[in-house]
Design a protein around this ligand. Structure first.
Ligand code: GLC
Length: 416
């Protein structure tokens, strides 16, 4: 009898847990890859604190353009299997204008958005509404070899001309070294790198009124400098026109580059002895200026989570969005992935400062990072900039022609 009672109780427990399990809501979260496990730790922490909601991570492709294509296709087909997704800072106008994403104003209190930096908040705000919860900000930075600059008695360059000069000086004295690299392949990374040159020479794509003003002597000077760095000054590694961010990091990590333009996420990798030979030898500074009367510009990058309009679990997806953008998850990502927090209060967190000491000095650069043009046609505008700039890189066109043609094509696209 007693045995039967124990057995029955056991069966009851199994049944209850199965039925509770069956009621779990599973969110499909289209995300960056798992990488070193930190993203899964964040998900596990969410699940542990939010019983009844499970999160299934679906990995997006590595290249930013391919991520956008995939999300675009899913949303366009009104597919309800994607609940929530990682969105680049430039995507909210694209998806909001199409009506494919859920505005989050009704779900978020003002207090909840209070601690976020202005750049990420600006990026998720469009047509007066909030379209995502930022979980990471990003800004271009100059990585440099502290040891090499010291050895050759050189300062951290303040202008692109100085960077070229110092590169050439060190290249002449060190075997097998090149000067600089960045993400110059034809994809979104190139637009980010290009804009830093263009802005720092005083050029821009649009004026305040939204008119295309890309074709200017300032922009031509910026594109000429980049083109010369490849073809005339010869400070870029061979194949730079095909370099994604990983390709630019590789020679720097193996000690074959003096400078590197990268995002903060490269820091953790540069300081990991398993894949870097420059541990302890890397400094970080603001990117150089074009002309000395300009200022340094970093492209604002970063990511947020956005909720699909076609999700059947919007409330739960917002719960996850809040957690993903919350302090705890952002701290986990800062420590595990060297992701720069989108929340101001985390910049005084001692664990984060210990792991990424540069974030204290670089805080002004993160806060003043400059956004790419905000437009529902952003992807097309960016593509034109990439294609035309690459034509100058491979000397199919002069810098002046490439700039003029990009300007005209963007005007045609927007009917200006
Ligand atoms: C980084 C940035 C993102 C940018 C991308 C380019 O992920 O955070 O904003 O668009 O790089 O590849």
């Amino acid at each position: 009898m007693r045995k039967n009672i124990i057995l029955l109780t056991f069966l009851l427990i199994v049944l209850v847990s199965i039925s509770v399990g069956a009621e779990d809501i599973v969110l499909n979260y289209y995300s960056h890859g798992v990488e070193n496990g930190t993203r899964m730790d964040i998900i596990e922490e969410f699940e542990a604190t939010h019983p009844g909601i499970k999160v299934n991570l679906v990995e997006l492709p590595q290249d930013t353009n391919k991520k956008l294509q995939m999300i675009n296709t899913i949303l366009q087909s009104q597919d309800n299997s994607m609940d929530i997704f990682d969105s680049d800072v430039t995507w909210p106008p694209i998806f909001a204008a199409a009506g494919w994403v859920e505005p989050l104003d009704g779900y978020l209190s003002e207090v909840e958005m209070d601690d976020f930096l202005p750049g990420p908040v600006g990026a998720v705000t469009y047509m007066g509404k909030v379209w995502g919860v930022p979980y990471r900000t990003d800004a271009g930075m100059l990585y440099y070899r502290k040891d090499l600059l010291e050895k050759h008695n050189k300062e951290v360059p303040k202008t692109w001309d100085e960077l070229i000069e110092t590169s050439r000086y060190i290249m002449e004295r060190e075997e097998g070294i090149k000067g600089h690299a960045g993400s110059w392949a034809q994809y979104e990374g190139l637009t980010c790198n290009l804009m830093e040159f263009v802005w720092s020479y005083g050029g821009k794509v649009f004026n305040e009124e939204g008119e295309v003003v890309y074709n200017s002597p300032e922009t031509v000077a910026a594109v000429s400098t980049m083109t010369d760095m490849i073809n005339k000054d010869n400070i870029m590694p061979n194949g730079i026109v095909n370099f994604y961010s990983g390709d630019a990091r590789a020679p720097f990590f193996s000690g074959k580059l003096v400078f590197l333009r990268d995002w903060p996420s490269g820091w953790r990798k540069s300081q990991n002895p398993d894949n870097s030979q420059v541990v302890g030898k890397v400094g970080i500074a603001a990117l150089p200026m074009g002309s000395p009367d300009q200022r340094s510009y970093s492209t604002l990058g970063g990511w947020q989570v956005m909720v699909s309009k076609y999700s059947d679990h919007k409330e739960e997806a917002v719960e996850f969005a809040k957690f993903r953008g919350g302090k705890e998850a952002q701290k986990m990502a800062a420590l595990g992935l060297s992701h720069i927090p989108a929340r101001e209060s985390l910049y005084s967190d001692s664990d984060i400062l210990e792991k990424m000491p540069f974030i204290e000095d670089m805080f002004p650069a993160f806060v003043s990072a400059y956004p790419r043009p905000k437009s529902p046609y952003y992807a097309e505008v960016s593509n034109i900039l990439q294609v035309e700039t690459q034509k100058a890189f491979v000397e199919d066109k002069t810098a002046a022609e490439a700039v003029k043609d990009a300007d005209q094509r963007i005007k045609d696209l927007l009917g200006q």
